[in-house]
Structures are given as structure tokens and as C-alpha cells.
Design a protein around this ligand. Structure first.
Ligand SMILES: C[S@@+](CC[C@H](N)C(=O)[O-])C[C@H]1O[C@@H](n2cnc3c(N)ncnc32)[C@H](O)[C@@H]1O
Length: 327
């Protein structure tokens, strides 16, 4: 894959959110002349704006399910006119997007700083606020409603499976015991509760706050983040034009595993070491330009510590499927 046509990768002075792995993403997306990008996670528009600035005639269709993102999109609509279009849509409903034939698709998963840094959104255990954690507060259950009402198995799934919290039994027990007390409705009190049972780790593992993993697991459960991604990846791939490129930046090992397996499947490779599907049943529909994900360098992590867990993977759709069928 070639490099970006026009180098305009200056990390824009975006108040609030610094786009992660920007130059690396643009190098794969390669925005030349009339390339059409589907940005499934608009956020603050950092990646979208750089794509539009990189070459004349590029166009972006951007989605985000957070209603706050729509107001940020207005600035790009004013600046780029018909080259930029925003749709208030969860990529878990990507089948509702009619447009297709994109040269590139981007998913930059997780949260933007606009969401993390606002106490009222309830994502951060460092800020006192309502334990909400919804990407789209117009729908579904808030985190506190989920923790108060969900069956125990769903709480276990959030804390053990999604949060990968080793002390999940203690955390789940503490959550269930705190039901009805008001503790589960407030980020600081919820974080203190979790820390009281998951804290006191050996020194090597105490660098992160003891509520980090549980908060992440609860957020993934409340927003059905893995389910939405699993649903969206094949639809996004179908919306790629032949030869088009998909880039996914993930921040969680479970998201990355989903992406890795989907990309390997599209490339006609075994999805994991236990995948025994016979070779003749595999269809190669894409090229995998790399085996390992790209991680941010030391300089980016120093400048933007939130980038530290980012992993970028890319996939290029074949012009023609390996069995001769046009993709
Ligand atoms: C990391 S931010 C993207 C930042 C963006 N690339 C930028 O440079 O400003 C992730 C964004 O994706 C959005 N998002 C996460 N899951 C989503 C989903 N299922 N559907 C639509 N948007 C989603 C979040 O609301 C958030 O605004």
C-alpha cells in the first residue's frame, strides 16, 4: 500500500480529542483524489478532517451514535460542503446505510476525549458523576440501571468476560450486595466499591486504578460494543469497493481479537490455532498487509497517553476473489 498523496498529517488543534495513529491510518487509507471514506466513528472528526484535507475531491460519510457528535459535525459540513456528510447512526445498524462502494472504511473504536472528560457522561472513575456510560444516552439502560437490575450472569459477563477482571467474583459479589443502596448510581462511589474488593494488588500490577477493568467491562456490556462490532465488520467489508481498504483501531484485546479473526477469515487464513476448516472451504477475498497490529510509538504515547493501548489493523479487499468471482 502506498503513502498518503498530500502530507497534511498535522495533528490538528482539536480541542479535546487527539486522533490516534493518524499518520499510520492515513498511510493505509491513502486518500487520493476522489477516494470515498466511510468513517464509522466520527468522534471529534480528527481522522475525517485529515482525510478531507489530504487530497482534493475526497469525500467522507461519517457516522456516530453519540448525539453530541452531530453538533461537532456541523463545523465540517460548513467547511467541506457536499464532500462531508454526517449520519446519526450506530454502526450496529450499518445495514441501514444505503450508500456503498467506499474506497476506505475506518473504525476508530471506543471513546473520544469529549466523552471521557465530561463527568455527566459517567465514563470516568476519576470524575464524580452519574454512572451512565452510554455512548447514546437516548437509548438503552444506563450503567447504574444495568448494575441494579441485570441478572447475575450478565454482571459476571461484564466483569469477568469483558473486563477480564481477575477478581471478578469479589467485584460481582460487591455489586450485587450494593443494589438498592445508591452506591451503583455514582461513578466515584462505584469506583470506590470496586477498589475496595479488587485493590491491593502486588506492586507490579498496581499502576492502573483497580476499577479500570470493571469500568471497561460494564461500558462494553451497556453499549453492546462487541456485538455491534461483530455485526458491522462484514457489512462494512461488503460496502468496500473492490481494492478498497478497511482500517480498524481498537483499544481492547477482545475487540482486537474480533477484528483479527474477521480479517484472517476474509484473507482465507485460519482464524486461530484451533481453526481446522479445510483449505478448500476457505475463500480469499482480501489481502492482509500485516500480521501484527501497529502500535503507537513512544513519542505518540508521551504526547497522548490515551493512545497507549491502541492497535491498528488493515485489510485490503481483492479486486477479484481468488476463485475468479468479482468481489
Ligand atoms: C475514539 S472516538 C473516534 C475519534 C475520531 N476518530 C477522531 O479522530 O476524532 C470513537 C467514537 O466512536 C463512537 N462510537 C463508538 N461505538 C459506536 C457505534 N457502535 N456506532 C457509532 N459510533 C460509535 C463514539 O461515540 C466516539 O465518538
Amino acid at each position: 500500500m502506498s503513502s498518503v498523496c498530500v502530507d497534511l498529517l498535522n495533528p490538528i488543534a482539536m480541542a479535546g480529542h487527539q486522533p490516534v495513529l493518524l499518520s499510520e491510518a492515513l498511510a493505509f487509507l491513502n486518500p487520493c483524489s476522489h477516494t470515498k471514506l466511510l468513517d464509522c466513528t466520527f468522534g471529534g472528526g480528527g481522522h475525517a478532517r485529515s482525510f478531507l484535507n489530504a487530497a482534493p475531491g475526497t469525500t467522507v460519510t461519517a457516522l456516530d451514535c453519540d448525539p453530541e457528535a452531530s453538533s461537532r459535525a456541523v463545523a465540517l459540513e460548513a467547511e467541506f460542503g457536499p464532500r462531508f456528510r454526517f449520519q446519526d447512526l450506530n454502526f450496529g445498524q450499518l445495514d441501514r446505510l444505503e450508500e456503498s462502494g467506499f474506497g476506505c472504511v475506518l473504525f476508530d473504536l471506543g471513546l473520544s476525549s469529549f466523552q471521557l472528560d465530561v463527568a455527566e457522561r459517567g465514563f470516568s472513575f476519576r470524575l464524580e458523576g452519574p454512572a451512565d456510560m452510554r455512548l447514546d444516552p437516548r437509548v438503552g439502560q444506563s450503567a447504574s440501571e444495568f448494575l441494579e437490575k441485570a441478572p447475575k450472569e450478565e454482571i459476571v459477563r461484564a466483569i469477568r468476560n469483558f473486563g477480564e477482571e481477575k477478581r471478578w467474583r469479589r467485584v460481582v459479589g460487591a455489586i450485587l450486595s450494593a443494589r438498592g443502596t445508591g452506591v451503583l448510581s455514582n461513578t466515584s462511589r462505584l469506583a470506590a466499591l470496586i477498589a475496595s474488593v479488587a485493590g491491593n494488588r502486588p506492586p507490579r500490577t498496581t499502576r492502573i486504578h483497580p476499577a479500570t477493568k470493571s469500568f471497561q467491562g460494564i461500558r462494553l456490556a451497556v453499549n453492546r460494543e462487541l456485538e455491534n462490532l461483530e455485526f458491522a465488520l462484514p457489512i462494512a467489508f461488503a460496502k468496500l469497493a473492490p481494492g478498497g481498504v478497511m482500517v480498524v483501531i481498537s483499544f481492547h484485546s477482545l475487540e482486537d481479537r474480533l477484528v483479527k479473526r474477521f480479517f484472517r477469515r476474509m484473507a482465507g487464513k485460519a482464524e486461530h490455532s484451533g481453526d481446522s476448516l479445510p483449505e478448500q472451504l476457505r475463500h480469499r477475498r482480501a489481502n492482509l498487509p500485516m500480521n501484527r497490529p501497529i502500535r503507537p510509538g513512544e513519542e505518540e504515547v508521551a504526547r497522548n497517553p490515551r493512545s497507549r493501548s491502541a492497535r491498528l489493523r488493515a485489510l485490503q479487499k481483492l479486486e477479484i476473489e481468488s476463485n475468479g468471482i468479482e468481489v
